[in-house]
Write a protein that binds this ligand. Structure first.
Ligand code: SME
Length: 159
């Protein structure tokens, strides 16, 4: 009888668990913030192939573009503006199924259709946000939210 090769596909949650472990080991001996944020965008991109992924860092009263993977993006976002600025203001993760339906959405690319923004919080202060765009509608769910919030907690230790 021929041997059957059974390949079990990883669930999204399992992928987030592997991603977290890989990211932790990749960054544990490196004290530089920009180096770690940069590798973080690369690892997330290689696991999920998102259209755009990057960090915006709080600098005074604005978010300023940090390490990212993808097409050219807007460099500064005001508090309360767009998905990123709203996540900063409300100190919560925002999932957008259709970016055209989000009031005040800031379009950096017409390819972007759905988005998730996760705040990175130290104490009670947002110090950065993690922004991810997908080129299809309705792609982010509670598994992404939980997985990315855990990654955001890890990134907060690099600041
Ligand atoms: N769409 C974001 C702006 C950043 S880009 O997606 C890279 C927003 O509305 O805040």
């Amino acid at each position: 009888m021929a041997n059957k090769l059974i390949i079990k596909e990883e669930t999204k949650q399992e992928k987030y668990e592997s991603l977290y472990i890989q990211l932790k080991s990749l960054t544990q001996d490196e004290p530089d913030l920009i180096a770690n944020l940069s590798n973080c965008t690369s690892v997330i991109k290689s696991f999920f192939g998102f259209y755009w992924i990057g960090f915006y860092l709080v600098k005074k009263d604005q978010l300023v573009l940090g390490p990212f993977q993808g097409t050219v993006a807007c460099t500064r976002i005001q508090k309360g503006k767009g998905v990123c600025g709203t996540s900063w203001l409300n100190k919560e993760t925002i999932i957008v199924d259709d970016v055209d339906q989000f009031p005040g959405h800031i379009a950096c690319s017409s390819e972007s259709k759905s988005e998730i923004v996760v705040p990175i919080i130290i104490g009670n202060e947002v110090i950065a946000v993690l922004d991810i765009d997908h080129d299809q509608y309705s792609t982010f769910d509670s598994t992404d939210k939980n997985g990315l919030e855990k990654i955001a907690d890890l990134t907060s230790t690099w600041f």
